[in-house]
Design a protein. Sequence first.
Length: 411
Amino acid sequence: MMRKHWFKAAATLAALLSATALSQAQTLRVTVAEYSSKTGPYFEKAATEFEAANPGVDVQIEVVPWDVLLQKLTTDISGGANADLSIIGTRWLIDFVDQGIAAPLDEYMTDEFKARFFPVFLEPSVLEGKTYGLPIAASARAMYYNKDLFEQAGVETVPDTWEELAEAAKKISALGDDIAGFGMQGKEIETDVYFYYAFWAYGGDLVEEDGTSGLDTEAGYQAAALYKSLIDEGATQPGVTSYNREDVQNLFKQGKVGMMITAPFLSSQIKEEAPDLNYGVAAIPAGPGGERGTYGVTDSIIMFENSENKELAWSFLDMIFTTEWRKEFTSGEGFLPVNKEVAAMPEFAENEDLKEFTALLPEARFAPVIPGWEEIAEITSNAVQTIYLGDAEPKEALDAAAEEINGILGQ
């Protein structure tokens, strides 16, 4: 009987100890944007390793598609249900800081930690002298071209200007068989950015020196007219406004597009999905005055001000921003290295495709760090879609968009 009672008491004590351990366990929640099928497994692996190094910690990873991430974060924040950490588009950061949502990270950062990064990628997350995010992903944009289609169409040199691109695109489209000379994006995220490539080449600025929109300028009208002429002359795929970035990239991987503009990650996709594709990477074409611009992008991971586990959250950040973890993420997703030691590794330093992108960084333009930028980008996207569809002339559509944007800019 005593033996029976002893076992019962031991079981009760074990249950109490287990309950106590559970009550003392810390949960760290991390919301991550889905870049590819590799994103979730990477962060789950990081969570497992962090848990092993920190007994009693439970790291919960939530992977969210980019096109719904901002809406989800907005909903979670308004309900007080947000995670401790989250990936965001750096262009959203100013709104998060203005609303007191993002926590400054400077008290956790040592000089050694800051030295891990290239300043050009860390600086977009610094507002009024405080660092509110870390660059989890970085990229620029360049032009991909199909060498076989160039040869078939008799295009001997890679276009260096938009005028040359238009002529080459017409020749390639003339090959028929559902071949498009220039792949154009016309819907969803970065539709506005695809317009900016020509807009910047014609000398445009998204926000003028007087604080007004630059869309209603000659640069805007000329860029819009150029894109519309490419569509009208059959130099693009038909139905441009039904194609998002991934759709156009898929056409390129299928060998059906002569040229398109996108990020470094397409190179990684080609190596895995279309290894026989004969392609090259070059600078985005220049305008009449020799100007050209690429779109520089950083995504940041932030800590929320209302997190009750800030020290734990920082420890997780410190781990995933070490060289080995950065190498795995950057190579897996096909981004540009933000970490100096990673950039020096042969697989990055000797990558011919990446060299083309890094060469464009001095000319990179980033989204303006201003409140309401997402709304401004949507207005621009809607305007260019209207032009592409032929429902409005470039001047009419861009003037109306600029007037609406000026209301947001307070001008």
